[in-house]
Design a binder for this molecule. Structure first.
Ligand SMILES: Cc1cc2nc3c(=O)[nH]c(=O)nc-3n(C[C@H](O)[C@H](O)[C@H](O)COP(=O)(O)OP(=O)(O)OC[C@H]3O[C@@H](n4cnc5c(N)ncnc54)[C@H](O)[C@@H]3O)c2cc1C
Length: 486
């Protein structure tokens, strides 16, 4: 195997995968090195999944520029990549006069940033749009949308891979040696292999400061800020069909606890904003769960504890410490005297901005290596079939063609055996339980895997020859089975 690449991207999140896809348009040998066994294992799989409009970002910042550009084109990106996109719009609700002033300020900021589709609503107009919210007015953003961040990131990665990018999973960058004009990269994957890269793009999210340090650049520091979420059962989704946010209040370091429908029919509450010491501390805590429920039910009184079916946590990669609070723009730069592009502090709206960020990174690469198109890039991708969304006649036809479409593995989400097998045989060649879950929604329903995990295990053992001890949730550190009990 030839281990020499023109460009190695560190990190397989939405941003790293978007960069990989953009670079696959050009005559370059590119690899993505990701420390986990799959893409979207970091912040890209742990967020609100909202395609933001860009009114919330400081005028003239990279955040505002890339967010507005991403928002205006996200539907096209999703069509090309064959991933679901729902233009729900979004409401920001005012509960008092100060909130109304804040919203008017945001409206003006949005106009200045070039956002489209912003409207101020009276209490009556708000009541007509969302009778379950009791505010004195609101701002409505018609261009806000929701997506599935796993499917989006997977689609970017698969399309990059189809166009020639290599994905190196379980490759955590731990050391770098400069050798002439290139870098020798060392990984802690026990393979004792090294990779040579002419140029490196650091898209390592929460660890981007540490990766930068490996190249001798110590000026960055990431302050992790945890955001906990609760997941509500689909029973409430008929009621809530649009993301609802409170008017932002100063000093909370986020957009406030919001209530957001997901692209899969559940509803999420969150996120909290808690500065923590450890970038891997995804713990969910009782006090925050209580607070999320309390604040969400102030926003929408119909929200009750009995609807909660799960939780997850994301961590923001803040460049400013808690004491400083406030705004810091994305840092995206080619470091002087090196062959390294650093992406630091890619917090919200990083998902929305991922493709514009990737295009900007390409323009930086172009200053080093004049980019020449391959002429063979195919940007259109076909996603695996989603059986449950099909009309009955089509379901019947498919079952006749392939009886595994008739075997339901996950009852809550209606996922069939054929879809599970498609996910196991995915183009990136990665197999974890979390990966199958993210690709199919198996285990995400009301039973949270209580029934379907056993079915998945059986398929992996009987049809793919797995030993139970080899089955992991997300990585080697999260094995499901350690041995027989009897
Ligand atoms: C609570 C929360 C809510 C959010 N909501 C939204 C939203 O609604 N809309 C929106 O637009 N944005 C949102 N964001 C922001 C968005 O999720 C991020 O900006 C985006 O996902 C960042 O992507 P990334 O690829 O830079 O980072 P990541 O997804 O974190 O990817 C970095 C990758 O690098 C890997 N890595 C780290 N170190 C190494 C190493 N040494 N070697 C190899 N690999 C390494 C990690 O495993 C990881 O997979 C939210 C963020 C949070 C935390």
């Amino acid at each position: 195997m030839d281990n020499t690449y023109d460009i190695v991207i560190i990190g397989g999140g939405a941003v790293g995968c978007a960069i990989a896809r953009e670079l696959s348009k050009y005559r370059l040998k590119v690899a993505v090195a990701e420390k986990e066994p799959d893409v979207a294992c970091g912040t890209s799989g742990r967020n609100s999944a909202v395609v933001h409009a860009g009114f919330n970002n400081k005028p003239d910042s990279l955040m505002a520029k890339f967010c507005v550009e991403g928002n205006l084109h996200f539907e096209e990106y999703c069509q090309e990549l064959d991933v679901p996109y729902f233009k729900t719009g979004k409401l920001l609700v005012a509960f008092d006069k100060n909130d109304l002033e804040t919203l008017q300020g945001l409206y003006r900021q949005g106009e200045r940033n070039g956002c489209k589709g912003l409207f101020m609503l009276t209490a009556e107009e708000l009541d007509r749009k969302a009778p379950y919210v009791k505010g004195i007015g609101a701002m409505f953003s018609s261009n806000t949308a929701i997506i599935n961040p796993f499917l989006y990131t997977i689609a970017l990665a698969e399309n990059a891979h189809e166009n020639g990018v290599e994905f190196l999973f379980n490759h955590e960058l731990t050391g770098v040696n400069k050798e002439g004009d290139s870098y020798k990269l060392f990984f802690n994957n026990g393979l004792k292999e090294t990779i040579t890269a002419r140029y490196v793009i650091n898209s390592a999210g929460l660890y981007s400061d540490k990766v930068s340090q490996l190249f001798g650049i110590n000026k960055y520091h990431i302050y992790p800020c945890r955001g906990q979420y609760l997941i509500l059962d689909k029973r409430i989704s008929d009621l809530i069909d649009i993301p609802v946010y409170p008017a932002p209040r100063k000093g909370i370091g986020g957009l406030g606890i919001h209530v957001t429908p997901t692209s899969d029919g559940t509803v999420i509450l969150g996120p909290s904003a808690e500065y923590i010491d450890d970038c891997d501390d995804y713990e969910s805590t009782r006090d925050v769960i209580d607070r999320l429920l309390d604040e969400a039910s102030q926003l929408i009184p119909d929200i009750k504890r009995k609807y909660v079916i799960g939780q997850y946590t994301g961590i923001r990669s803040k460049q400013a410490p808690e004491a400083e609070g406030g705004f810091r723009d994305f840092t995206i730069c080619a470091e002087e005297g090196t062959h390294l592009i650093n992406l630091i502090g890619i917090e919200s709206p990083g998902l929305t901005s991922s493709i514009p960020i990737a295009r900007h990174v390409c323009s930086l690469v172009n200053q080093w290596i004049p980019l020449t198109e391959t002429g063979t890039f195919i940007g259109k991708r076909k996603a695996p079939m989603r059986f449950r969304d099909l009309p009955d006649s089509e379901k019947e036809r498919l079952i006749n063609q392939c009886p595994e479409y008739g075997e339901v593995v996950c009852r809550c989400e209606g996922v069939t055996k054929k879809e599970i097998k498609d996910a196991i045989e995915n183009p990136l060649g990665t197999v974890t339980i979390a990966g199958i879950k993210n690709r199919t929604r198996c285990m995400t329903g009301r039973c949270q895997g209580g029934v379907c995990l056993a079915n998945l295990t059986e398929i992996l053992i009987n049809e793919y020859g797995y030993k139970p001890e080899d089955i992991v949730y997300r990585s080697e550190e999260s094995k499901y089975y350690t041995g027989r009990v009897k």
